[in-house]
Design a protein around this ligand. Sequence first.
Ligand code: SF4
Length: 397
Amino acid sequence: MQNSDSLQVLLNDTNLSADLKDIAQKVLNLQRISFDEGVLLYEKAELGYLGTLANYIRNAKHGDKTYFNRNFHIEPTNLCVYDCKFCSYSRLIKQRGEGWEYTMDEMLDIVKKYDNEPVTEVHIVGGVLPQYDLPFYTELFTRIKQHRPDLHVKALTPVEYHYIFKKAKIDYATGMQLMKDAGLESMPGGGAEIFHPEVRDLIAKDKCTGDQWLQIHEEWHKLGMRSNATMLYGHIERYWHRVDHMERLRQLQDKTGGFQTFIPLKFRNQDNQMSDVPESTALEDLRNYAIARIYLDNFDHIKAYWAMISRNTAQLSLNFGVDDIDGTLDDTTKIYSMAGAEEQHPAMSTKELVELIKQVGRHPIERDTLYNVVTDFKDHVFAEEIKPKFYKLPVVN
Ligand code: SF4
């Protein structure tokens, strides 16, 4: 069956409304959909329809390939000067006694723990505190690269950079150049939440604005560097806020081409100031992945954090536009578990991750941060699976 066959079935469906048929035709022709069509998808489209369109795009871009990486996280602190309502790191939620604040040496010790491990990336992100300033992070990045030059440093979001550069009284362009010179190689996608001020002012008032978030990524892209983007969905935002968020990302991507991956982040309601807001259903999560895949035609990858949405939903998401399910993690992040994610101890071995992908008929590929292939696991046999062709019998002399 050709990739386009299921789309043709939709187009021939006499029960499908004309507006949804128009969108399906655009997707088949690889044309961009409009803002209003994005909102229409959220309001009107059923899961099966969305999956058909998103899977068509996903397969056209990547076939069955499904990416993951081997990384570990460092969270410098779980305390924060800001007060985001959805966050369990917020200063209003946490007493200082409950927090950790790693020193530079403690962070370097975490890096050294992985000296003999085949990890390719360290992902550094956490709360914002004054001592984690420009001299601190430039020295940290430099020392990590001195210790292990092959480890890709993916670190901090515009939330931290905005705070750090303001404190250092330098502009974004100068600041990002200094970070690059120190060894920063890419930026994760966090801190984006929902860009529109109508929502952002209610859930994440004091930190960088949506425009500032985009400006910092733009400066980073101008240096020829890559980054990711997220969207925190499923709380108080309306559907059009999500489309507005993706529209701003799509426009910046047209300008710079510097984004690699879009990562929808499901709002979780544990231990934060929005515990009364219900969480989205798994069905809504899948619809959201699919619409992101359809809307963001200029993004190569859509990622689902398996630790956030559970292994089963991550498997399902591979039929709804997702082509990347993040990394092996090794239980080094607390961000998801503290917010009430399915996985309270998010660790998965490479073999488990590969099996998870193969179980749903996809082709597992370990990538590095920039999507270069590290290992193709399609026909890979793990050492412990190699069975002897004969059984050794005891020898009696
Ligand atoms: S979301 Fe980020 S900036 Fe906001 S309180 Fe949490 S750690 Fe701080």
